[in-house]
Design a binder for this molecule. Structure first.
Ligand SMILES: Cc1cc2nc3c(=O)[nH]c(=O)nc-3n(C[C@H](O)[C@H](O)[C@H](O)COP(=O)(O)OP(=O)(O)OC[C@H]3O[C@@H](n4cnc5c(N)ncnc54)[C@H](O)[C@@H]3O)c2cc1C
Length: 425
């Protein structure tokens, strides 16, 4: 199995074709140069273009080639941390602004698709969070009480309701959060690219930025074929962050995560499993998440391994998980297998940096970037156009201790987490 599985995904097989884009040639001048053509970079480009700011996206491959074109398409509300946890880390005002921005990110995304006419098979019927163990169920019950007190109207489900609404007896209960949803992730990112170009942004594909240089008060971004001179630079490279900016890759754990998609379901299976097409994610440390695709397949993902390249064994873990949850699907073929990289941070929060004047970085969505990266693109557009009234703190880039040893350490951690999940802790 090749390490790059972009072309192997269900989404690549079912998305409308990518638009033809140029490669950067020669010397160009823009207001803002954006490194990375995923949700972060393209949302920033779109929001800048809508303000009349001339932005150029420089993407090493094609828009959506990274996680944005390969993910599960779950539009999740919120950060991993609850409001009370954020308030222990930040001043109350800032903590509340962060929490509210993340809580509202799905609404922000769905409104953006409606406003711009991006057709990405959006489903706005909510997200289930389900418990694999009794302690996890107690945690979810407490979380649901807090969310209800905050006015989000989540609905608790017992084991029977989970079986009726999701079609599996694999969970003890859970809740439905009406803010969530799902979409076709590659259609969405290609739609962002199309709308950004239509509004005046430039996007260069096959144009990896190999150096960033300070020139007078501005920046020069070099690619093998040319250079962009710009007043500001935005970096949105998340799990694909390379050596471009010193120390950035060491501030993250880039982790491979995996997806499988079944053949289209028919008859009773189709009616029993997620008839309302919500997204689901569970309480395991190594989270399992699933949904139905627009063409009625079950798409299931999980952090099956910390290996650098996808292996057959990683997909076999997901196949077993699928059959465990839905025994009726034991003989349904798996049509697609693919993987991509997410970026984990030590504090489980997305990070926003300004390591030099007019150089802005946003990354570290911890596997929840569909809505958050879209929202963060607007924050970056604010910063690059001089508006510093933003709902996230700008922090220093901090390396993760023992980063060079991350592979063996992650491997050990994965085995520990998998054992704890199996024991029901
Ligand atoms: C398998 C999988 C499933 C997921 N499921 C979900 C989900 O269901 N819900 C959810 O919310 N999140 C999910 N995520 C996470 C989500 O996809 C990411 O958080 C989000 O896409 C990050 O967007 P981004 O634009 O920041 O980065 P990416 O989409 O990863 O884009 C980064 C881009 O930067 C480019 N790049 C890197 N270096 C350079 C350079 N030097 N020059 C030019 N270009 C460069 C890369 O080619 C890449 O295209 C999943 C991720 C994966 C991999």
């Amino acid at each position: 199995m090749p390490a790059d599985t972009f072309a192997d995904s269900l989404w690549s097989a079912t998305a409308s074709p990518a638009q033809a884009l140029p490669t950067l040639q020669g010397d160009q001048k823009f207001d803002v140069a954006i490194v990375g053509g995923g949700y972060t970079g393209l949302s920033a480009a779109l929001h800048l273009a809508e303000r009349g700011v001339r932005a150029a996206v420089l993407e090493a491959h094609e828009p959506g080639w990274g996680a944005s074109g390969r993910n599960g398409g779950q539009v999740n509300p919120g950060l991993k941390l609850a409001r009370a946890e954020l308030r222990t880390l930040f001043a109350t005002d800032l903590a509340d602004r962060m929490y509210d921005a993340a809580a509202g990110a799905p609404k922000f995304l769905f409104e953006l698709t409606r406003r711009t006419g991006i057709d990405c098979a959006p489903v706005e019927t909510g997200t289930y969070r389900v418990a694999h163990s009794a302690p996890a169920l107690r945690t979810l019950e407490a979380a649901a009480r807090t969310l209800n007190a905050e006015g989000f109207a989540v609905r608790m489900l017992d084991k029977r309701a989970v079986a009726d609404e999701i079609g599996t007896r694999g969970y003890l209960g859970g809740y439905l959060d009406p803010r969530g949803g799902n979409l076709h992730p590659l259609e969405y990112v290609r739609g962002l690219a199309r709308v950004a170009v239509a509004r005046g942004a430039s996007i260069y594909a096959g144009s990896p930025v190999v150096a960033l240089e300070r020139v007078n008060d501005g920046w020069r971004a070099r690619t093998p074929g040319g250079m962009v001179n710009a007043n500001s630079v935005i970096i949105g490279t998340n799990g694909y962050t390379d050596k471009l900016w010193p120390g950035l890759a060491q501030s993250l754990l880039a982790v491979q995560t995996f997806q499988i998609a079944t053949a289209p379901l028919t008859g009773a299976d189709s009616r029993a499993i997620l008839p309302q097409r919500q997204a689901v994610y569970d309480s395991r440390r190594l989270i399992l998440y699933f949904r139905k695709s627009p063409d009625d397949r079950v798409v299931l993902g999980g952090r099956a391994s910390f290996s650098v390249a996808p292996r057959t064994a990683d997909y076999a873990v997901l196949r077993r998980a699928l059959t465990g949850l839905f025994p009726a699907l034991a003989t349904v073929p798996i049509d697609y297998r693919w993987a991509g990289r997410v970026a984990l941070t030590r504090d489980f929060l997305p990070h926003l940096h300004e390591p030099a004047p007019n150089l802005f970085v946003a990354l570290g969505y911890n596997g929840r970037g569909v809505a958050m990266a879209t929202r963060m693109g607007q924050v970056l557009a604010d910063l690059a156009s001089g508006n510093r009234d933003i709902p996230f703190p700008i922090t220093a880039i901090r390396g993760i201790p023992l980063h060079p040893l991350r592979q063996p350490m992650l491997h050990l951690a994965m085995h520990y987490q998998s054992a704890m999940d199996a024991l029901g802790y």
